[in-house]
Ligand binder design. Structure first.
Ligand SMILES: [Zn+2]
Length: 218
């Protein structure tokens, strides 16, 4: 029998969304409450969800930081799907992720590449310091990644850097437009190479969306 032409195993790279879970400091809290409930005598279950567009595992549209940057619906669908490579860059709390950390893997940093870096911080998800003590990318590293013209940059930290304004401008800016995927899960369970899939909800005119990020593995 011929080998199927599609990957056969799916590994979830998404943190679950749960009512009341912590959000990035300053972002709206996540609320998921029953609106209709079979347990309470309604005919069906329907939940009401309130959250920010950058809740949990999600991606940034360019307009998140760039005033006339692309909104979600102006990002081509093929940006969210395709071969990805994981760089293992183990870091401790608050340690810097540097240009040298990426340059070491320069052969993978080709135009159009989807690159995901694993610091190990995904294991801290749910810990009180997840949003405050993550390993942080230097602006120099961001400028270097932008110069390599990669298509997508995924990470297991909630945001690339404490210098979030400068680094986001570098990654999302005109002429660069890297898809920034934040708060990925389970990166220690995937091989270095797989097909990445993570589509945003079509929040027309908006700045980002939670995604269901999945690794499709042969
Ligand atoms: Zn974001």
């Amino acid at each position: 029998m011929n080998r199927p032409a599609f990957p056969v195993k799916f590994i979830d790279l998404t943190h679950p969304l749960r009512d009341g879970q912590p959000s990035f400091p300053g972002d709206p809290l996540l609320s998921i409450q029953p609106q209709a409930s079979i347990d309470r005598g309604d005919k069906c279950n329907v939940s009401q969800v309130k959250m920010g567009t950058h809740q949990g595992t999600h991606l940034d549209a360019m307009v998140h930081f760039v005033p006339d940057g692309r909104t979600v619906e102006r990002m081509p669908l093929d940006w969210f799907y395709g071969p990805a490579h994981v760089l293992r860059i183990p870091k401790k709390a608050r340690e810097e992720v540097t240009r040298a950390d990426f340059q070491r893997h320069e052969n993978y940093l080709q135009p159009g590449a989807r690159i995901i870096y694993e610091t190990g911080w995904h294991r801290q998800y749910g810990a009180p310091n997840y949003f405050t003590d993550f390993p942080s990318m230097t602006q120099e590293a961001a400028v270097y990644l932008a110069s390599r013209k990669i298509r997508l940059l995924g990470m297991d930290v909630p945001t690339p850097s404490y210098d979030y304004y400068e680094v986001h401008h570098t990654l999302l800016g005109h002429g660069t437009e890297i898809v920034v995927v934040e708060s990925l899960a389970n990166l220690d369970r995937v091989p270095d190479d797989f097909i990445f899939c993570g589509f945003p909800l079509l929040f027309a005119g908006r700045d980002g969306s939670p995604i269901r990020a999945v690794a499709m593995v042969d």
